[in-house]
Design a protein around this ligand. Sequence first.
Ligand SMILES: Nc1ncnc2c1ncn2[C@@H]1O[C@H](COP(=O)(O)OP(=O)(O)OP(=O)(O)O)[C@@H](O)[C@H]1O
Ligand SMILES: [Mg+2]
Length: 257
Amino acid sequence: MAVRIALAGKGGTGKTTTAALLIRYLVETGQGPVLAVDADPNANLNELLGLTVEITLGEIKNELRTSVPESMARGDFMEMRVHEALVEAEGYDLLVMGQPEGPGCYCAAHAFLSQALQRLEKSYRYLVVDNEAGMEHLSRLNMVEIDHLLVVSDASTRGVLTAARIAALVKPLQLQVAHQWLLVNRAPETIPGALDLYVRETCQKEGLQFLGYLPESPEIFELEISQRPLWELPSGHPLLQKAYHLFDHMLEVPKNS
Ligand SMILES: Nc1ncnc2c1ncn2[C@@H]1O[C@H](COP(=O)(O)OP(=O)(O)OP(=O)(O)O)[C@@H](O)[C@H]1O
Ligand SMILES: [Mg+2]
């Protein structure tokens, strides 16, 4: 089974940016293949990766109601379509969940999808799931065992408190998380002592491991406004160096491997 890493955090804190950085890190350090899953209904991970999405898993679930050829079992149809929905890139693939179904859950489709994903996952070393704040997709898809839950916060005490509250959803959603991390994103160059103290105390109190700070980067802003993928950030950029160092620590990769 792949090592599962899921992103969580309040809206706009940098989950998708962090997911894209993590995917780039895993690919560039030769730790692939990676399966990236965009589980945010307002999917935009593909844009940060510079990929075009043809069909989402939500759309495939709808096809299951109407378009299954008579000669085909629904499970086999789902598996075939999931493979077709994979966006293939160098060192990693991307799947997009899309919008959840409207009223009246089509639970059979969900079960088929969850089975197809679990079979697919076996071909990858890492699974990176970008989420909306609530993480409901993970429990709905039966993806309950998570190796690393990476909760992203902005650099504020209120943001950190919200991140801790989001991490506390793990229990009611019945997720089984081996490591819960807090990442404080868009941090100023000099971290105010009061914020640092608050971050560390909150992590201790709430059972989170503090991963570290990612700096605010004008280059990320530039890429965003010109709608260019994060891959265009030049290698060796301070943000990449910092992020890679944190990811090494999270995944315990020895320094010179
Ligand atoms: N370290 C950073 N430096 C500068 N800008 C950043 C940084 N991290 C994220 N941003 C910017 O902040 C905005 C929100 O980031 P992102 O989309 O990754 O957040 P999100 O948590 O995935 O948001 P959503 O909840 O809408 O999915 C984007 O415009 C992104 O370019
Ligand atoms: Mg996002």
